[in-house]
Design a protein around this ligand. Structure first.
Ligand code: CA
Length: 424
């Protein structure tokens, strides 16, 4: 039972209007408080809750939990306990912070060590990511890029409508919101030239994506069906898959993305659970041709999540440059996971599966500069009068994601990262 999702529940913690973190959300993250104390926590409004302290003080005594499960610097051990246990914890947190419950509300001595203003925290990477996979599941994005790289006739490759295309990315360079990213150096082929040059990427881009985090899967050799997939999906984050288009274009044939992608990807720090997202399920797009039987899945396996991208020049204002939605994705996460494991590939708790750039049908829904500026042909105008074909050094890219339905709003917060000049 997802009692934590009760839309009528009120909390005794102050929640600012429009907050991404009402009591119905209860995401999980890892933070450092007072510059030295690392703990697993959640948040309601702008108040962070130290789950290790809650546990030590006996507030989870009716749930079977290892003593040190929240005294960790990643969520992996917690996720490994499985979704039913995580669900019990989330339900219990909702109960403790319910407006009608005074067991903690009236304990000033406990509140002092459990609650922190989020402004005083440093958010850390929420999971240890053993493996990271990036899909390519937005039809609009695949078609846009296909048209630019190969021409209109070959925009979608023949396999695209039959399987969720993906590749194995690199997890070592996934960083958390607030960490900056260096413009990468590398090889590219200048237009009209037959020999490559070496230097800082000239076409630095973001990719608006979301990623889901898995639980432990099955043994090597076994597969996870579309019916089972949701049992192995823990939660989601916003994901900015930094891309160097000039490096990518020169290197990607025949094995796909490499150095144009693996210099960095940024994630939002709070993992919003699929349990919390339950009210925001929606119909996935119709799929034609019908996928092979192992990829067929229920129609309500998409999620209505609004997505926004902002560019903030050094010292300047935020400029909204893209508005998209997770529901535009052609292939669902359930299908991605079933496809990923159909050959017997195993997954582990904390693995990250990114969606691929989430573009929508209209030009203002495009999820990358490559598409928004159409390869630089239509520069974006910013409020300060400057133009962008691709990102400049000093630009901060901010991505936000939120759901809204029937008066309930919840979200993911943001992922924010600045482009630094290439290292000499
Ligand atoms: Ca990507």
């Amino acid at each position: 039972m997802l009692t934590a999702n009760d839309p009528s529940r009120k909390t005794w913690v102050e929640v600012p209007k429009g907050s991404d973190f009402p009591i119905q959300n209860i995401p999980f993250g890892v933070f450092m408080a007072n510059d030295d104390h690392i703990s697993i926590g959640t948040r309601i409004g702008d108040t962070a809750i130290d789950l290790a302290a809650l546990h030590q003080l006996g507030y989870f005594k009716d749930i079977s939990l290892p003593e040190d499960v929240f005294l960790q610097d990643t969520l992996n051990d917690f996720i490994t306990l499985g979704k039913p246990t995580c669900r019990q914890v989330r339900n219990r947190i909702a109960e403790i912070f319910d407006a009608n419950n005074s067991e903690l509300k009236d304990r000033e001595d406990h509140k002092e060590i459990i609650l922190f203003p989020v402004s005083e925290l440093q958010m850390l990477m929420p999971v240890f990511i053993q493996d990271y996979t990036d899909f390519y599941s937005s039809r609009e994005h695949a078609e846009n890029v296909g048209i630019m790289f190969r021409g209109k006739e070959n925009a979608l490759m023949p396999n695209w409508l039959h399987l969720p295309v993906g590749y194995h990315g690199r997890s070592s360079s996934i960083i958390v919101s607030g960490e900056d990213v260096y413009r990468p150096m590398g090889q590219s082929l200048p237009a009209g030239s037959e020999t490559p040059v070496y230097g800082p990427s000239k076409l630095m881009d973001f990719e608006l994506e979301m990623a889901f985090i898995t639980t432990d899967g099955k043994h090597l050799g076994e597969r996870i069906s579309t019916e089972e997939a949701e049992d192995y999906m823990f939660g989601m984050v916003v994901f900015n898959d930094w891309s160097a288009r000039d490096l990518q274009k020169w290197e990607y044939v025949p094995l796909g993305p490499f150095l144009g992608k693996n210099f960095g990807s940024s994630i939002s720090p709070w993992v919003v659970t699929f349990d919390a997202l339950e009210p925001f399920r929606t119909e996935r797009p119709a799929q034609n041709p019908e996928p092979l039987p192992y990829l067929q899945c229920a129609s309500n396996t998409a999620y209505d999540i609004n997505l926004e991208v902002y560019i903030q020049p050094e010292g300047g204002e935020e400029n909204l440059v893209s508005e998209s939605n997770h529901k535009y994705l052609y292939w669902t996460m359930v299908q991605q996971l079933a496809h990923h494991t159909v050959n017997g590939c195993n997954i582990n708790a904390g693995d990250m599966m990114a969606s691929g750039t989430i573009s929508g049908p209209e030009p203002n829904n495009y999820g990358s500069m490559l598409e928004l500026s159409w390869r630089g042909e239509k520069p974006l105008k910013l409020k300060d009068g400057s133009e962008r074909k691709f990102l400049l050094d000093g630009d901060t890219v901010i991505m936000r994601a939120y759901c809204e339905k029937g008066g309930l709003r919840m979200g993911f917060g943001e992922v924010r990262s600045k482009v630094l000049p290439a290292k000499e």
